[in-house]
Design a protein around this ligand. Structure first.
Ligand code: NAP
Length: 487
């Protein structure tokens, strides 16, 4: 690879935060050690606690040991990596505190600059303004914005307008780490490089689609943050919507960033806006009550220290309709929740049954074909087919079997989503990042539901921690004679 392309200064604002230590540093360690980052590149951590470079390196080392998976930490590799590490002290609101960063960046004014804002969104505008005031924003600068970008259309506009005063749209990388997962990218490979899916991928052959993102954990000490957002804003509006777009979009004319994003925006604009009656019929919101997780009792969402009365949902389920030619009459069922029975993220494409079954009169169940795209805890793609059970029985017995579609392609190191996404920012490839119009279209659709919920159009349900969510979610899909994949 051309190393000049990867020569850059990466500044992480909020560099001693949870995300920086758990995801960004391990990703940069791998990129550096696998040669994707030029050895002269610098990784500059901005923190508000003053410390020396040596103290910072020791801290990064201990965090890498904690968060790198599969024993990937190696002393020798760290010695190579640590040469790239720098630390500066910055208090976001104090312009003068950016001087140390300026001194470092000004050493190489022509270099590509990646500014990763791993902070609460309230700081995005302040940080960008300070960088601009000190002339640290150059044509080679990019800025990465972490989610959540606002809590509705209005607040997301305020944030975006502020950042757009200092960076152009093409310099802004709005991250949705789900798009960095290999299996998520594989959806495009599967759909657009395998001819046999092409004629099947529409309402003639697909009955419905299910998208589930279930977490077994609760709010894990982040109650204050989570309570401002809830499942709809934290998961559905971004991660689940992005997955829906990849399944529903038309083939882009190329893999070029705007071609892909144009097609995703078209899907978001085709989502049927919910009426009050739809919100009542097609949405479910719920909070978890006490229950168990991994066999241990766990408190409910409204129990515990620092917890207040709240109407924030920890679970959301919805039936989404897409008003276009391809998907007319094909519902997309979405659900996401915390403290669910198991951690499980998957997309299931349910195909229609055969037009006439010669096996149906045996009283045996004939299953429909399903394509199961699993994202968590393991990434895999399975096609469920009906197969004859071997043997001499008088009547032909059928059984569903699973064909694994992605086994043969093994790699030594499977990159984490943040590795792929950071490298794309370094390479200035925004394909897997959300463009402004995408973010706004998703909020526009979600806002209607959130407003309906705020007006209590749907009662808040409850579910025990460690279960599959409220029975209302089962009823939601059962209304059309269907059931969730894992029921
Ligand atoms: P965090 O642990 O609270 O880290 C935020 C960092 O910002 C802290 O290191 C904090 O410094 C620093 N900071 C806060 N106020 C500051 C100020 N006035 N001046 C200078 N530094 C200041 O949060 P996080 O979990 O890393 O999340 C960062 C962002 O990523 C959030 O927007 C979050 O929603 C998003 N995100 C996080 C995750 C995740 O897994 N953690 C996943 C997806 C998205 P101190 O350490 O000195 O307080």
């Amino acid at each position: 690879m051309d190393t000049m392309e990867s020569l850059c200064d990466i500044t992480i604002f909020g560099g001693h935060g949870d995300l920086a230590f758990r995801k960004l540093m391990p990703a940069l360690y791998h990129l550096s050690n696998s040669g994707y980052l030029d050895e002269k590149s610098r990784i500059i951590t901005a923190t508000r606690v003053p410390m020396s470079n040596d103290e910072h390196c020791d801290l990064v080392k201990s965090k890498l040991k904690e968060f790198l998976s599969d024993d990937a930490f190696e002393e020798e590799k760290f010695e190579y990596f640590k040469v790239q590490l720098h630390v500066v002290t910055i208090e976001f609101d104090i312009l003068e505190s950016y001087r140390g960063l300026k001194a470092l960046l000004d050493e190489y004014p022509e270099r590509q600059r990646v500014n990763y804002l791993s902070t609460a969104p309230d700081f995005f505008g302040t940080i960008c303004k300070s960088m601009s005031n000190l002339e640290l924003v150059t044509p080679q600068s990019r800025v990465v914005l972490e989610k959540p970008i606002g809590r509705d259309l209005q607040s997301s506009r305020v944030i975006n307008v502020e950042v757009l005063k200092y960076f152009t749209e093409s310099q802004i990388y709005r991250i949705d780490h789900y798009l960095g997962k290999d299996t998520v990218q594989n959806i495009m490979a599967l759909r657009f490089s395998n001819r046999f899916f092409m004629p099947l991928w529409n309402s003639n052959h697909i009955d419905h689609v299910q998208i589930t993102v279930a977490e077994s954990v609760g709010v894990e000490g982040r109650w204050g943050y989570y309570d401002d957002y809830g499942a709809m804003r934290d998961m559905v509006q971004n991660h689940l919507m992005q997955l829906l777009c990849l399944i529903a979009m038309e083939p882009p004319c190329s893999l070029d960033a705007d071609s892909v994003r144009d097609e995703k925006v078209k899907v978001l604009r085709s989502l049927r806006m919910m009426t009050p009656a739809d919100i009542e019929q097609k949405t479910v919101r719920a909070q978890y009550a006490k229950g168990s997780s991994d066999g241990k009792p766990v408190p409910g969402y409204l129990e515990g220290e620092g917890v207040e009365e709240s109407t924030t949902e920890t679970f959301a389920a919805l039936r989404v309709d897409i008003d276009n030619w391809r998907w007319n009459g094909v519902p997309f069922y979405l659900r996401s929740g915390k403290r669910m029975r198991r951690r499980n993220s998957e997309i299931v494409i349910h195909f229609k049954g055969v037009p006439h079954s010669i096996f149906a009169n045996q009283g045996k169940c004939i299953w429909e074909n399903k394509l199961v795209i699993a994202l968590q805890p393991k990434e895999s793609i399975h096609l469920q087919l009906m197969n004859k059970v071997p043997g001499l029985s008088e009547q032909m017995m059928l059984k569903p079997v699973e064909l694994e579609l992605n086994t043969p392609l093994k790699v030594a190191h499977k990159p984490d989503a943040y590795e792929r996404l950071l490298l794309d920012v370094i390479r200035a490839n925004p394909t897997l990042f959300m463009r402004l119009d995408e973010v706004e279209a998703a909020w526009k659709w979600a806002d209607v539901i959130l407003e309906g919920w705020a007006e209590d159009m749907v009662p808040m349900k409850s579910y025990s921690a460690g279960t599959d969510g409220p029975s209302a979610a089962v009823q939601l899909i059962a209304r059309s004679g269907r059931s969730w994949h894992d029921e």
